[in-house]
Design a protein around this ligand. Structure first.
Ligand code: NAP
Ligand code: MG
Length: 484
């Protein structure tokens, strides 16, 4: 796999010395500087100011002040605000594509085709939701009101740096909440552009605040802050646990969207090309860095070798390389740390006796400078192996054989996670019946398109709550009863 093009690399250094608080760019009160490197080359691409606890206090105070008036706006006023945000978002599309490519290493085609549209849908959906959402209803003689919950802290991971921040922000703003946003340190550039979009759209001072910084400092402070009403978190279970503990003494609402080890069941009559497309689109294209990736592929034993004969050549043909090249299908992993984690799991798969049928340890030839991994497939995996139990967050597929469909469903559900599930089968009724039995929040049958406005969230240890669309907005609402 030798790339037949030159790396373009970052063209100019990014310098961001300020945080966005109370409607203005401000120097951090407790400054420190983060250097971000390019996942594809390892070279420094920019320097970003990080804040400290005093900056969180300033941002929460601004959000708390702004809440008094913003929470009283009408749905129509918030529709108009979101429409202005949509205009500014569209104006910055190409800047966001570049940012996501540079900070995450997402191939530019994926950034343009998935990262940006999935974020845009959130804004458009919030506008539609507000047009009809019943904030007040009568049940008999009792009035039921839905009101903005308060200041919302938004804490996001690095793997979908447009979708997650935009989805949470517009849900909060649609509900009438004000926001303090802490993005992942690994993906600061798109977050800074989001703040610029909010400013350009005329979001009132204090309604949206951005504090870059460490999860252990900024995230922790937000989670325990008495003036924060809720935390909307996406990331890992260990961080969610710390947030929930920090939030408990002030009885905050905490919603969490966590990891997964999502099963993909191939029924005995599955079209193998459809099954391979599911693996390509939802596991390999994102370099496996998707919480809902179909990382466990559950295949009829009688069709196992036939499936591998279709899958392996497709995996070996994946164009891994420079994310700035339009033809690249898979970029690097986000960081050296993530690369080490993925290598550790590949090593573990080999040591635990799985059969390596594609990829493996090390970097693809010619791609030694960045955090590139080889698209990897293990066959003869049992569901008790580490590579079937734990989220790898890399381009590693575990193929598990089954004898009966009942056993396939049992394997699918034998996981601490329950974020997503995939079913491939030629009989729609049979495939749907299996979908009903998978204990997970989002099931895709036969590689159907994703609906980014549908409620998103997990069963079991994959989280608590739903985001996106009307369900997502409701996370930011309190319920009040008035009897007169
Ligand atoms: P992570 O390590 O949990 O970090 C997520 C965010 O939480 C980051 O902004 C992080 O800050 C912050 N954080 C870390 N410790 C914290 C603490 N004690 N208190 C408050 N905030 C804290 O997750 P990640 O490595 O960024 O992302 C990968 C994980 O996210 C995977 O498990 C993946 O499955 C999950 N994910 C889930 C979904 C979903 O919708 N279900 C979507 C995407 C990703 P810093 O890292 O900047 O320090
Ligand atoms: Mg992390």
């Amino acid at each position: 796999m030798v790339p037949d093009y030159q790396f373009v690399g970052a063209t100019n250094m990014r310098e961001h010395n300020q945080l966005y608080i109370d409607g203005a760019w401000r120097d951090p009160l407790q400054p420190s500087v983060l250097e971000r490197t390019d996942p594809a080359t390892g070279k420094v691409t920019g320097r970003v100011a990080l804040g400290g606890e005093a900056d969180v206090d300033a941002a929460v105070a601004a959000a708390d002040r702004a809440f008094a008036s913003y929470s009283q706006t009408t749905p129509q006023e918030r529709i108009e605000l979101l429409e202005r945000i949509l205009v500014e978002f569209d104006a910055r599309t190409e800047d966001l594509v570049q940012a996501v490519t540079e900070e995450l290493g997402a191939p530019v085609a994926l950034a343009r085709g998935a990262h940006l549209p999935s974020g845009r849908v959130q804004i458009a959906t919030a506008i539609e939701t507000l047009k009809t959402y019943p904030f007040t209803e009568m049940r008999g003689t009792t009035e039921i009101r839905k009101e903005a919950l308060g200041v919302a802290a938004l804490i996001t991971p690095w793997n979908f740096p447009v979708l997650q921040p935009v989805g949470k922000t517009v849900s909060a703003l649609a509900a009438g909440c004000t926001v303090v946003f802490k993005p992942a340190q690994l993906t600061p550039y798109s977050a800074l552009i989001l703040a610029e979009i909010m400013h350009a759209a005329g979001v009132p001072a204090g309604v949206f605040n951005l504090v870059n910084g460490r999860g252990s400092v900024i995230g922790k402070k937000l989670s325990s802050h008495p003036d924060v009403g809720m935390v909307s978190f996406t990331g890992s279970l260990p961080a969610a646990t710390e947030i929930s503990i920090a939030a408990a003494p002030t009885a905050k609402r905490v919603t969490s969207e966590l990891g997964g080890k999502s099963p993909h069941i191939l029924l005995p009559d599955a079209d193998l090309n459809v099954a391979v497309n599911t693996a390509m689109n939802w596991l390999m294209a994102m370099t496996g860095q998707l919480c809902s990736a179909p990382s466990r592929t559950i295949v009829p034993r009688s069709r196992l070798e036939e499936f591998l004969n279709v899958l392996v050549p497709a995996v070996e043909a994946i164009r891994v390389g420079d994310p700035r090249a339009e033809t690249t299908a898979m970029g690097p992993l986000v960081s050296a740390e993530q690369w080490d984690i993925v290598q550790g799991y590949i090593r573990k798969g080999i040591d635990e006796g799985a059969r390596l049928v594609a990829g493996g340890l090390g970097k693809p030839e010619g791609l030694e400078a960045g955090h590139f991994a080889k698209p990897t497939v293990f066959a003869d995996v049992t569901n008790s192996m580490t590579i079937a139990r734990e989220e790898i967050f890399g381009p590693v597929m575990s193929v598990i054989a089954y004898d009966t469909v009942e056993e396939a469903i049992q394997i699918a559900n034998d996981s601490p996670f329950g974020l997503a599930g995939y079913v491939t089968g030629s009989d729609p009724a049979a495939a749907h019946a299996v979908a009903e039995k998978i204990r997970a929040g989002y099931i895709i049958i036969n590689d159907t398109d994703f609906d980014w406005s549908a409620p998103w969230g997990g069963y079991k240890q994959s989280g608590n709550g739903r985001e996106f669309g009307p369900d997502g907005m409701e996370e930011y609402l309190e319920t009040k009863v008035v009897r007169a």
